[in-house]
Each structure stands twice: as structure tokens, then as C-alpha cells.
Design a protein around this ligand. Structure first.
Ligand code: BGC
Length: 756
């Protein structure tokens, strides 16, 4: 509907009708208005499948059947933008066929701590990986005419006291880490809605956060969709509307509506603000609503196969000693399949993202179907709870001892990872750890397959020959795992998060799970922290093995000297040097060699996944832009690029950099900030008019016989010392009263008023 038609429609609405539209009618729907022909739309969870709850207007968890795709960390570990887009398209298609207009996802919060109970719903510890995968996902969903609701805005990184916890964070950390993925998705994919989180940010509820919702999201980023509250996240409806929240979910409460109506009538709430919220909600309703057509259905088998394809690309091969994988069926007669997860796999998270799947590929069954006719496959449960059961262990050990290879399925049971509760540690259940240790004592050829939503500790790391991180892989988990075990497809996933050796090494360890949670590690989350502190993790960010090998060579850049306004093109050559076709994820990191503020050793800025045949080589191009070199300067309240040397690092993981190139940045960035008597000389130098002001000021006070420009003279002195000198110190102690503050103030006043 055109803007003018929307405005006409709004002008016909009574205040009551407007206010009614700003709250859900039921748990999952908006209000319709028969008088004005406004339809109602359905909002459903998300994110890795459709959870359409029908029949009951309550907290019922079970949705109607849909495909359960791999969860967010898995998808992110595929680093495959095209797959993320295809997943979005498939979800969009399912929404249409299930008559859902808004998909509540994806979750794009950063993984600050491995303990966050909801990490299985979030992509990564890195905002660029999150932002790129999230953008593709949303573009895919919305290409089907369905709206996506990215969540949870913002700084929602723990489940402890999730309705009221307070994330205490500085602006730079917020911009560089926690808002960046949201910013990228908002700007590049324009999601129709965004869901605010439950928590407070620096003391203010996300649902009432004017700075986050209005100033940053709507004004700075130009967001045009509507902002909805997480379910029950709105505290005071009047305050929420005032501060930019558009739709409160879930159901209507007349008492809250009355408060809004009375605030409008009393003049406490401007009706224009209400109209603006109504306009945003209506605009999305009319964009997404389609007359229900019960004939539309999606191809269940095709979507299941897509779930399998994503699952295959998501798995990360962490260890593969003596190339034990893929299994060589010519050498193997008996396989021991151990662990309850082989028959009852954990394949999705617990909570609002839980999908009633159309089918489930059980790993044990899939392997049996595939090779059971030629290989003897024996199963033992190994564990049936967290507690070690010696009888089950003895049975498993006996089978493993008499087999040629043992495959153990282990991981985290639902009670260890769930929406609403944080993890207490990163250990596997004792029964899983014990099973792995005991089996490895009798069987050298042991493969461990892990099913979990976020990193786990592996005290037994040296024992098994191979380890596959299979995440929570969705309903096609079994067939996908078998494809990798048998080498039908070469593994190509890489870790979307760092695996620390022990939890205590995680940067947020001392500041997590509290009511007022201080983001004390600031921008140093994930690999940004481990690298800066020189802590070797168990597995680094971006790490993952393949059944083949790749050679990186010939890095070139189109310019070795750039300005912040010019793009930098980088080309590298990559070759498959092994004896299998495979995919490699090439990662480009940027390192700022010297900067005014502390920065990470390096940061991911670009990546590509490339498929190569045996012996094939390809040139791969990356383009970096101004923002890829920038950081958020808290003092100047903007993104800045500093002049100086930068290094472009291209690698196969964050810890395996294969190619490097140094470039010189000549930034013409000039700070447009107010300057004061006590601003530092470097603030003047960096300001477009600052140097001129200093010249004016100093020349006048100098002895006319002194021909040398004062600025030139002092800049010959120790630059660091000069740079850090406040102007008033120079006036007071170098010019000894020759410059009047009246003059200083009038020049500063002029400079600062020119800024406005
Ligand atoms: C969750 C959201 C979810 C909503 C609706 C909330 O508790 O935080 O992510 O979309 O419920 O189920």
C-alpha cells in the first residue's frame, strides 16, 4: 500500500482502533479491523523452522509439522552465504504454505559467553560472520513476500533473569560488537520487523530505549519496518510507544490500552507518535498479508534434502589422525556405534525454537541402511542419563574392543542448553566423558561425534582418532552425518566460535550471569580476546579440517597505498592439492598495526567458500571498504579510519594465516567535533579547521622576528608529547599570558558554531 493510502487509512481510524493495532490480538496474531478492511497477520517462531502454534491461545509449545533445519551455529559454521539464502527461501515458502506472515528470526545476538543457554539460536561470536549469514537468511525469507523479525535487539547475551537483567556496556563495544550484525542486516536486507529484547541496556529496558530504537535504529540506520517487543518484554506501553516501540506482543490487555488512550487525551503522548507506529505496523501488514490459499504447499522431501545439504556443510571436522575418516569400508568388517544419541539424537534446542519435525533421520538407522548389508554394525547405549552406568560402559567397551572402529555419539542433553536457563559449565555429562575415555582405552580407532549447540570442553582431546563437531543439525542429522563418515561428501565447515580449553579462560568469565552484568571485556570477545591475551584455545575460531588439502598463494592488492574513500581489491589463488574434491572457506582478516585506541590483533572482514576439484586452482577476489578499516571512537562518536599501516591477513582459520600483505592507509578523515580550551593538540590536528585555528592563535603571539612557523617548530619536538598537550597548557606555560582566553574562546566559539 502506498504511503499516501496508509495515511488516508490512518486518518479514518479512531484512537481506540489505532491503539488496538499496537498490541497482538492473540499470542501470535495482530488485530484485524473489519470496518476498515485491515487483515490480521500471523507471527510464528523461528528461527530454524516454523513453529506455528494453533488451536490454543496460550503458551502451548508444540507447533504443526514443519522442517527442522540445522540451528544457527551450524548454519554459521557452513560459512555458506548461498545456503543461508536458500534456507531463508525455504522457510519463506513454508510460511506461505502455513499461512504465516512473519517469521520470528533469525537470532543475531553475539555469543559473548559459552554459558548463554540460548547460544544454539545464535550464529557466532563474530559480528561480520553473523551479519553476512543473517543478511542472506533475511533476504531469502523476504524474497518470498514473508517478513523476517531479527532478534533480540539488543545486548541480550544471557538467560539469567532474562526479563530484567541489565547489560552495562560502553558505546564502542556496543557499536563494534553487539550492534554491528543488526546494523548490517538492517541496512542490507531491510527486515520487515525487529524484535527488541527483554533486558535493560545501561539501566533502560530495550523496549523503551529511545537511543537504541529511535536514534540509532530508526534515524541513524534509516530503519523503515516495525519494532515489536519480545513476548512480554514491554513494561509500560505508554513509555514504549513514546520511545519508538511499535507493536507490543503478545495479547491485548485493555488496562494497558486505556493508559495509552488516556495519555493521548491528556497530551502526555503525542498522537503523531501513535500514528507513526500504526503506519509502520500497517505497512508490514499490507505487504505480507495474502488471501489464504489452502492449496499452496511446500515440497517436504525437497526441504528435507535442503536440511541435509546444510547439515553436511555445517559439520566441522576437528581432528582426523591418520586419516581415519572417511571410513575405509575395505578395511572394516565391524563397527561399534555407541551412545544413546546415535538412536535418540539431539538435533535442536529447547524453548521457543523447538520444531515439530516432519521426520527424523536417526544416525544409527541411516548407517545401518547404508552399509548394514556388508558391514556388521553393533550398538550399545553407553549412557542413559548424565550419571555413569557401569553396566552400560562394560557392554559398550566389550563391543568396541571386538570391532574395527568405534563411533561414539555424545553431546549436550536438552537440560544442559535451553532458552530461559544458562549453562553452569561447558562440560559434557560425566557419563558421556567417561564413555569416550573408556572406549579409547580399548579401541584406538575411535570417532567422536558431538551434538551440542555451543562449545564444550574436551578433557579427552588426545584420545580419539577423530572428532566431528556436528552441532544441533536438524532433522536430517543422521543422513548428513553418514554422508560425512563415509566420505560421500567432503567436510567443509569451520567453527563459528572459539572452543576454549576451560571455561575460566573465556573473557566474560568474571562478568556473567548477574543482574547487572558488566561487559568488562569490552570489544574483546571470542578470538579477539584469546589472541590479544596469547591464550591458545582448544580450537580456534574459523578452524575446520577437510579430507583434502588446499594451498594458498599469490596475494595481490590493486593498490598498496589507499585512502579511506577508496576500495581495496585483494586477489589470492587457492589450489586443491589433495586427492578429493572439496570446499575451502577463505578468511580475510584486517590488522591495524598502530592505533590511537587499543584494537584486537586482527578482525574478520570478509570470507568466501570455494569448491575445487582435485588439482584445480582458482583466483578469488575480495573487496574491502572504508568500514573494514574503521573502529568506533567513543570520543568522536563516530567510525574513524586512522592513517598508517594495515595488514591484510588471509587464512584458513583465525590461527592459520597463509598470506599477508601490508598496505598504507592515508586517511583523510577529519574529526568534526567541538574543541575546547583543554582539547589536546592532536584533536586540533585531526580537525578539519583545527590547525588553522592554532596557526591564527600562535602566530599572533610570536615575536615578529621569529619567522619559523610555531607549529612547525613544536612539531619538531617529541611528537607524542606535543600531541597529548592540552591547548590551555601551551597558552599558560609556553606563551606565558601572551594569548588571551577571550581570543581563544571567540575562535573556538566560531569553529564550534560552524559545525552546526
Ligand atoms: C523468545 C522469542 C520468541 C518469543 C515467541 C520469547 O520468549 O525470547 O525469541 O520469538 O518468545 O515464542
Amino acid at each position: 500500500m502506498e504511503e499516501s493510502d496508509l495515511n488516508k487509512l490512518i486518518s479514518k481510524m479512531t484512537i481506540e482502533e489505532k491503539v488496538q493495532l499496537l498490541t497482538g490480538k492473540t499470542f501470535w496474531t495482530t488485530f484485524s479491523n473489519d470496518r476498515l478492511n485491515i487483515p490480521s497477520i500471523f507471527l510464528a517462531d523461528g528461527p530454524h523452522g516454523i513453529r506455528k502454534v494453533v488451536g490454543r491461545d496460550s503458551l502451548a509449545m508444540k507447533g504443526i509439522k514443519a522442517i527442522c533445519f540445522p540451528t544457527a551455529p551450524a548454519l554459521a559454521s557452513s560459512w555458506n552465504i548461498d545456503l543461508a539464502k536458500r534456507l531463508g527461501e525455504a522457510l519463506g515458502e513454508e510460511c506461505i504454505s502455513l499461512d504465516v506472515q512473519i517469521l520470528l528470526g533469525p537470532g543475531v545476538n553475539q555469543k559473548r559467553s559459552p554459558l548463554c543457554g540460548r547460544n544454539f539460536e545464535y550464529f557466532s561470536e563474530d559480528p561480520i560472520l553473523t551479519g553476512q549469514i543473517g543478511t542472506a537468511f533475511v533476504l531469502g525469507v523476504q524474497s518470498m513476500g514473508v517478513g523476517s523479525s531479527i532478534k533480540h535487539y539488543a545486548l541480550n547475551n544471557q538467560e539469567y533473569e532474562r526479563f530484567s537483567s541489565n547489560s552495562i556496556v560502553d558505546e564502542r563495544t556496543m557499536r563494534e560488537i553487539y550492534l554491528l550484525a543488526f546494523e548490517m542486516i538492517i541496512k542490507n536486507a531491510k527486515p520487515m520487523t525487529i524484535m527488541c529484547s527483554y533486558n535493560k541496556i545501561n539501566g533502560i529496558y530495550a523496549s523503551e530505549h529511545n537511543y537504541l530504537i529511535r536514534d540509532i535504529l530508526k534515524n541513524e540506520w534509516g530503519y523503515e519496518g516495525f519494532v515489536l517487543s519480545d513476548w512480554m518484554a514491554s513494561n509500560d506501553k505508554v513509555e514504549s510507544i513514546k520511545n519508538g516501540l511499535d507493536l507490543e506482543m503478545p495479547t491485548k490487555n485493555q488496562f494497558r490500552d486505556d493508559e495509552v488512550i488516556s495519555a493521548i487525551n491528556k497530551g502526555d503522548l503525542d498522537e503523531k507518535v501513535v500514528n507513526e507506529a500504526v503506519r509502520r505496523v500497517l505497512s508490514v501488514i499490507f505487504k505480507t498479508y495474502k488471501i489464504p490459499n489452502n492449496n499452496i504447499s511446500f515440497d517436504i522431501e525437497q526441504h528435507h534434502q535442503l536440511a541435509r545439504e546444510i547439515a553436511i556443510e555445517s559439520m566441522v571436522l576437528l581432528k582426523n589422525e591418520n586419516d581415519i575418516l572417511p571410513l575405509d569400508l575395505n578395511e572394516i568388517k565391524k563397527i561399534a556405534i555407541l551412545g544413546d544419541f546415535a538412536k535418540n539424537p539431539r538435533y535442536q534446542g529447547a524453548g521457543s525454537s523447538n520444531i515439530t519435525s516432519t521426520q527424523l533421520d536417526i544416525p544409527y538407522d541411516c548407517l545401518k541402511n547404508e552399509i548394514g548389508h556388508r558391514i556388521e554394525i553393533k550398538y550399545s547405549q553407553g549412557y542413559n542419563s548424565d550419571t555413569i552406568d557401569d553396566k552400560l560402559i562394560i557392554e559398550a567397551v566389550d563391543i568396541a574392543k571386538h570391532s574395527d572402529v568405534a563411533i561414539i555419539f555424545a553431546g549436550l542433553p536438552p537440560s544442559y542448553e535451553s532458552e530461559g536457563i544458562d549453562r553452569e559449565h561447558i562440560n559434557l555429562p560425566p557419563s558421556h566423558n567417561h564413555l569416550i575415555e573408556e572406549i579409547c582405552k580399548v579401541q584406538k580407532k575411535t570417532v567422536v561425534i558431538l551434538l551440542n549447540g555451543s562449545c564444550v570442553a574436551m578433557p579427552w582431546i588426545d584420545l580419539p582418532s577423530a572428532i566431528i563437531e556436528a552441532w544441533l543439525l536438524g532433522q536430517a542429522c543422521g543422513s548428513a552425518i553418514v554422508d560425512i563418515l563415509l566420505g560421500k561428501i567432503n567436510p567443509s565447515g569451520k567453527l563459528s566460535e572459539t572452543f576454549p580449553i576451560v571455561l575460566e579462560e573465556n573473557p566474560s568469565f568474571l562478568n556473567f550471569g548477574e543482574r547487572d552484568v558488566i561487559y568488562g571485556e569490552r570489544i574483546f570477545i571470542g578470538y579477539r580476546y584469546y589472541e590479544k591475551k596469547k591464550i591458545k584455545p582448544l580450537f580456534p575460531f574459523g578452524f575446520g579440517l577437510s579430507y583434502t588439502t588446499f594451498e594458498y598463494k599469490d596475494i595481490t592488492v590493486d593498490k598498496e597505498k589507499i585512502t579511506n574513500k577508496s576500495d581495496l581489491n585483494i586477489v589470492i589463488t587457492i589450489k586443491n592439492t589433495g586427492n578429493r574434491k572439496g570446499k575451502e572457506i577463505i578468511q580475510v582478516y584486517v590488522r591495524d598495526i598502530e592505533s590511537d585506541l587499543i584494537r584486537p590483533i586482527k578482525e574478520l572482514k570478509a570470507f568466501k567458500k570455494i569448491e575445487l576439484d582435485i588439482g584445480e586452482e582458482k583466483k578469488v577476489k575480495f573487496t574491502l571498504k572504508e568500514r573494514d578499516f574503521a573502529y568506533w571512537h567513543p570520543k568522536y562518536k563516530t567510525w574513524i579510519v586512522e592513517s598508517g599501516d594495515f595488514e591484510i591477513l588471509v587464512g584458513s582459520s583465525s590461527a592459520d594465516i597463509r598470506l599477508k600483505k601490508k598496505i598504507k592507509m592515508n586517511s583523510n578523515f577529519m574529526f568534526q567535533i567541538p574543541l575546547f580550551r583543554d582539547s589536546l593538540l592532536k584533536d586540533f590536528f585531526n580537525h578539519s579547521k583545527g590547525r588553522e585555528l592554532l596557526n591564527n592563535l600562535f602566530q599572533e603571539a610570536l615575536d615578529p622576528d621569529d619567522n619559523e612557523n610555531f607549529l612547525e617548530k613544536i612539531t619538531k619536538m617529541n611528537m607524542n608529547l606535543i600531541n597529548d598537550l592540552p591547548l590551555n597548557k601551551i597558552i599558560d606555560y609556553l606563551f606565558l599570558g601572551k594569548i588571551s582566553y577571550a581570543k581563544v574562546d571567540s575562535l573556538l566559539l566560531k569553529l564550534n558554531s560552524d559545525l552546526k
